[in-house]
Design a protein around this ligand. Structure first.
Ligand code: UDP
Length: 247
């Protein structure tokens, strides 16, 4: 990365995990990768990093493929294979994001939990920390490297092992609502929620497995809208956007 801007406002957090779903890489209703959308996220991330915060980005793959698509009884693809296909989809997104960030002048590293020597470094916790300490934006692809979970769980796992202070979960809506805001206009946006309330109300913004892991270690999660320009920066500055899920 170009050096952090010394005159920039101090960030609230020293180190964060930013979870970006594959849907951030496409336009609503489409599939695949729209580089304009990737650049929009890259620019916001670059601006956030200028405040001196260390950012590890856990990338999803849902714009290309989710393992669950193949779970119907008549699929000849084994469920575990389907999940590996999903993990490889996150690699494709990681490569696109890396080039988008580097086109803006960021110094990046792409690391993966599924070995793909030649395109990305294997994920090694200590090496990831070192990259972060050197001011590199670290993109974490391949999820956890194990099937049957999602990249939300990977975000929880990496946040804990990299000693992130928070997970910033970028979504296409403003935060956690009492109901699906895209279907119910009366859905209420929560500004804060406890882990227990999230689980009790069976809210769907983030995987319950990931929330449970965060609850166990008291890792806060900020759910916010990445489509609003400047929101990734607002999130690292600690501005009151979205929904904070905590103890
Ligand atoms: N996946 C997996 N293990 C992991 C992470 C992901 O098996 O640790 C697979 C899973 O099938 C998942 C797909 O990769 O559906 C893509 O990830 P995800 O659905 O989390 O992407 P997002 O919804 O964030 O775009």
């Amino acid at each position: 990365m170009s050096q952090p801007d010394q005159s920039a406002e101090a960030p609230k957090y020293r180190r964060v995990v930013l979870k970006i779903s594959g849907e951030g890489f496409m336009y609503p209703g489409e599939r695949g990768i729209a580089m304009d959308a990737v650049l929009h996220i890259a620019r916001q991330t670059y601006n956030a990093a200028q405040h001196g915060v260390q950012i590890a980005i856990v990338i999803g793959g849902g714009n290309i493929l989710r393992g669950a698509q193949f779970t119907s009884g008549n699929s000849c693809v084994h469920e575990a294979t389907a999940h590996y296909m999903g993990m490889l989809a996150t690699m494709i997104n990681g490569l696109a994001l890396q080039d988008a960030l580097e086109s803006l002048g960021c110094n990046t590293r792409l690391m993966t939990a599924v070995r793909t020597d030649g395109v990305a470094e294997p994920y090694i916790r200590r090496r990831a920390r070192r990259h972060l300490e050197k001011g590199r934006l670290v993109i974490l692809a391949g999820g956890t490297g194990s099937p049957f979970v999602t990249t939300d769980t990977a975000a929880a796992q990496r946040a804990l092992e990299l000693e992130s202070e928070i997970i910033l979960k970028a979504t296409r809506v403003d935060g956690v609502f009492s109901d699906d805001p895209e279907k119910n206009p009366h859905a209420v946006l929560y500004s804060e929620l406890s882990y227990d309330d999230f689980l009790r109300q069976n809210l769907r913004v983030m995987d319950h497995e990931a929330i449970t892991k965060c609850a166990e270690y008291n890792m806060p999660i900020l759910v916010f809208n990445f489509r609003k320009d400047g929101n990734i920066e607002n999130a690292v500055l600690g501005q009151r956007i979205g929904t904070l899920i905590h103890e």
